[in-house]
Design a protein around this ligand. Structure first.
Ligand SMILES: Cc1cc2nc3c(=O)[nH]c(=O)nc-3n(C[C@H](O)[C@H](O)[C@H](O)COP(=O)(O)O)c2cc1C
Length: 198
């Protein structure tokens, strides 16, 4: 399938089959997320892949209306953003080339912490887009999710320096998923409303 077909055919799955994902596809998805682009290549993220049923179940119970999807799907990916700026500074100092490090350090010195964290969060959404497109390309169904409890997720996953922001369940859609495209056709605003060509 080409990129347009993938965009036309992916959708947010609401019901999954209990079918495992081949491990090479899980590994490919990890690499796709690692390769996500970000502003000044800052990469302020941690991607946690959860297939352990007991942990996945606890996370599902901290996800209100997303509970059943998380329990059914073979994989849950949690996208967490750098929260402890001093801890993340060590990553920057160790891993970013000098020019980008200087850029970041100037930004950190001049920007309120809250603004810096909003900028970090924006980068996570780029990786979510990469993840959704990557799943489609790998022949996997997925659901992006903001409906999670960040505090509960952090506690269950024992994350202290990163804060869970979004999640994505991944697997194979159930035959009777009520959100399948045959049941609920893709719905978007008209092209001419959202795209200007000059
Ligand atoms: C950032 C983001 C957060 C979302 N959160 C949820 C969610 O918590 N639960 C859910 O079932 N769908 C969630 N969705 C799915 C959207 O409702 C869905 O993408 C939108 O209605 C378009 O439908 P489609 O993805 O099937 O094309 C989310 C989508 C995005 C991009």
């Amino acid at each position: 399938m080409n990129a347009l077909h993938l965009a036309q055919n992916r959708y947010s799955t609401k019901k999954y089959q209990s079918k495992p994902i081949p491990s090479e596809k899980v590994e490919a998805l990890k690499e796709i997320l690692r390769l996500s682009p970000s502003s000044i290549n800052i990469q302020p993220w941690k991607f946690t892949f959860i297939q352990d049923e007991a942990v996945k179940s606890r996370l599902a119970e901290a996800s209100s209306f997303n509970e059943s999807k998380i329990k059914q799907a073979d994989l849950l990916v949690v996208f967490s953003v750098a929260e402890d700026l001093d801890a993340f500074q060590k990553v920057v100092d160790k891993e970013l080339p000098e020019a980008l490090r200087d850029w970041y350090n100037q930004g950190r010195a001049s920007m309120p912490e809250a603004e810096l964290k909003v900028w970090f969060s924006r980068q996570l959404y780029i990786s979510l887009g990469m993840g959704l497109a990557g799943c489609a390309a790998l022949g996997l169904d997925a659901t992006p999710m903001e409906g999670i409890s960040s505090d509960d997720f952090a506690q269950i996953l024992n994350l202290t320096e990163y804060k869970p922001l979004i999640a994505m369940s991944v697997g194979f859609a159930a035959e009777d998923d009520y959100n399948r495209l045959e049941v609920v056709p893709k719905s978007r605003r008209a092209l001419e409303e959202v795209v200007d060509s000059i």
